[in-house]
Design a protein around this ligand. Structure first.
Ligand code: SF4
Length: 389
């Protein structure tokens, strides 16, 4: 490789390998698991580079850790203390900043996601993350995208400084409740170390106008947690604390951990949780609208929005020319942009044809047609599809 960087730094990045690929950072977490193409005639990307959707577009992002050593023992984590299969690597802030600057100038990356194992407590670890970002911003004059982790136990001033330096910050709750977290990560404290930091972030955004967006992540399915619990806490985080996104990571067992013999959780469950999360965040749905099964989970075989429509709209289809925006949003295939376009268009003229709806952005006509009326009539040209639904 044609880098002016000590080979040691590249080797260390390679040792991060794809473990970081399972730590989402952007707005399309399911798409982050594919390594990106280089953005210039630079060498082949490293495995710890992912294509990430950021507020300013898709970017190849370096997902890195200050250290893969950790003094904690979370039951699911490849970096937990005492796991001998993990080769531990550690960067100083200078080295991490220099490494990032080098590969960014080489055209391999256009953004940084920086996390860390915990050594000497969360506050000392947070200082190293902050120092790295300060060197990047002040010494290398890097103005691009930075997403920084906030460590459990970081203090208020550290949270503020991290937000000043970053475009996005995250602190992972891991479990939907304090009890679930205790079963996943016995040395993490939901109410003292984690949740208050999300409240501080919300306060700092509101009172000091700090713009960094905030996300969190849950480990799904390892300790009996239900989709109802996960969506309930997500709904609170979206509506009360202004989170940009809650990530759901289907549990996958890691060897040499206490959970190594647990069964992996279906990626389909993760996918359904993301679909339901969109309904909470972007469609104005409440947790009570979700079509939960008696065990508190969503059905795996059907989109939650489609399941709701089948149960509620088959006999009471939505009249497109009269419906409120939130009613339009309950029709499968109609998202926020299409709903807004429909509301604007019908001020000018009544909507009588499916072709008109298509021109307003409705892409999946077959999905929508059984659940809507156009001027009091079911769209006749597609009636056979509706009967077969
Ligand atoms: S604190 Fe983080 S790095 Fe350490 S064991 Fe827990 S999840 Fe892994």
């Amino acid at each position: 490789m044609n880098f002016r960087m000590a080979p040691d730094s590249i080797q260390k990045l390679s040792l991060l390998d794809d473990a970081m690929r399972f730590e989402p950072a952007g707005d399309q977490p399911l798409a982050e698991q594919t390594p990106p193409a280089p953005i210039s005639r630079a060498p082949k990307p490293l495995p710890c580079i992912s294509e990430v959707s950021t507020p300013t577009g898709k970017k190849p992002i370096l997902k890195a850790m200050m250290t893969t050593a950790c003094e904690r023992n979370c039951f699911y984590c490849p970096f937990r203390a005492g796991r001998s299969k993990t080769q531990r690597i550690t960067y100083t802030p200078d080295e991490m900043a220099r490494t990032y600057d080098t590969i960014q100038r080489a055209g391999l990356v256009d953004g940084l996601f920086l996390s860390s194992g915990i050594i000497k407590g969360g506050a000392a670890t947070q200082d190293k993350i902050i120092d790295t970002a300060e060197i990047l911003r002040n010494h290398y004059h890097y103005r691009g995208y930075i997403h920084l982790k906030i460590m459990p136990g970081a203090d208020y001033d550290q949270v503020r400084r991290t937000m000043q330096l970053a475009d996005r910050v995250s602190i992972n709750l891991e479990g939907a409740t304090a009890e679930r977290l205790a079963a996943l990560a016995p040395k993490k404290d939901f109410w003292n170390e984690l949740f208050p930091r999300l409240q501080w972030i919300s306060e700092l955004r509101r009172k000091e106008g700090l713009r960094a967006s905030v996300v969190t992540q849950f480990v799904v399915g390892a300790v009996g947690d239900t989709d109802l619990e996960l969506l309930h806490v997500s709904d609170h985080l979206y509506n009360q604390l202004g989170l940009r996104r809650t990530y759901f990571m289907a549990f996958n067992p890691v060897s040499q951990t206490p959970f190594e013999s647990l069964a992996p959780v279906s990626r389909q469950r993760e996918f359904r949780l993301y679909q339901a999360g969109f309904l909470l965040r972007d469609y104005g749905w409440g947790v009570e609208d979700m079509p939960f099964l008696p065990n508190g989970n969503l059905p795996l075989d059907i989109d939650p929005k489609l399941a709701w429509a089948r149960a509620h709209l088959r006999d009471h289809p939505i009249e497109v020319n009269r419906a409120e925006r939130n009613e339009l949003l309950s029709v499968p295939g109609i998202g926020p942009k299409t709903a807004d376009a429909i509301v604007r268009a019908r001020r000018r003229q009544r909507i009588r044809e499916m072709s008109h709806l298509r021109s307003l952005g409705l892409r999946d006509v077959e999905k929508a047609i059984p659940y809507l009326l156009l001027d009091g009539r079911q769209p006749t040209q597609q009636l056979s599809l509706w009967r077969n639904d």
